[in-house]
Design a protein around this ligand. Sequence first.
Ligand SMILES: NC(=O)c1ccc[n+]([C@@H]2O[C@H](COP(=O)([O-])OP(=O)(O)OC[C@H]3O[C@@H](n4cnc5c(N)ncnc54)[C@H](OP(=O)(O)O)[C@@H]3O)[C@@H](O)[C@H]2O)c1
Length: 333
Amino acid sequence: MPANARQIVLVRRPAGAARAGDFAIREVPLAAPGEGEVLVRNLWLSLDPYMRLFMAETGSIHGSVPLGEAMPGGAVGEVIASASEAMPVGALVVSMAHGWRDHYLARADQLQAVNREAGPAQRWLGLYGLTGITAWGGIHGVLKPEPGETLFVNAAAGAVGSVAVQLAKRAGARVIASAGSDAKCAWLRELGTDHVVNYRTEDLGARLAELAPEGLAAAFDNVGGEQLEILIDAAAPQGRIALCGAIALYDSANYRAGPRNLFATIEKHVTLTGFNAGFYFPRAPEIIADLAAAEAEGALVETETVVEGLAAAPQGFVDLMEGRSRGKMLVRV
Ligand SMILES: NC(=O)c1ccc[n+]([C@@H]2O[C@H](COP(=O)([O-])OP(=O)(O)OC[C@H]3O[C@@H](n4cnc5c(N)ncnc54)[C@H](OP(=O)(O)O)[C@@H]3O)[C@@H](O)[C@H]2O)c1
């Protein structure tokens, strides 16, 4: 058993975009597990945009991390010492709280034991975890595309976006996707996207008007802010927009700010549905079975960007927010 755990702590609240210097690495002593507890060695850590919200002074439903405290987040690891009959040494476990560290002690009943045979361990953070369940919830829980409908996804080369694109194609939609580089757009074409837009070099609103003159029947919004306003303007009468996230606003003082053209949803009878993956986790077995089926059919590929080592996690987070990852961003501990 290691004597110490290494953790990434928040040492400075980011002003605007997070920087690697907003974090530091520290060692804390590890105790042996008490009754009902397990000691876990993390194998993989998840990096997610919502973590930016923890870093603000006045947080969100996600709370605010006190300065000097370890960052929370998702992780998958294995039990290396156990005082819990339910969770023996060797169990593969997921925690939504104990990311950004190499080892931790926790009550076994706070953790989820997962199947080692289901594929690579990190899949429980990606396709079978928050990423896959979010994409499935937005496509099949909210948008429910009909074959032939035009569906748009932004931040489409990211973790959630790239799964959403593929699920929408599998459902028979005509998919338009946007991303922030030509290389990402080329990859989205390889995934089967019908039309791609590089929002950094092209005018997204003008391109959507060309590609979908009848309007967007459905849109999966990962970005918020000005892109959400563009999607409201581009929506077809009775269009549906799934509000997944607002990464464009996470560095700002008010990430909850609404679109300035909300009235257009009245004029066009457009439905905006915010959704939270937490509401789909109770259906995880059914959703994971469907994602596995999609993969087995060849309709879904999972892509990862891997950062090596705990110490590289802060820069990995910066890279995620600045668009330097493709697919799911992970840290191999
Ligand atoms: N509702 C839920 O339960 C739930 C669950 C998970 C995630 N989410 C949300 O889903 C979204 C995607 O999350 P993810 O984990 O899949 O991350 P991700 O898409 O893998 O990474 C974020 C991507 O956002 C793009 N981006 C960053 N700033 C942008 C800006 N100002 N304008 C446009 N694009 C920008 C970047 O791609 P480009 O290179 O294309 O700019 C970057 O790669 C986030 O908003 C996240 O908070 C919601």
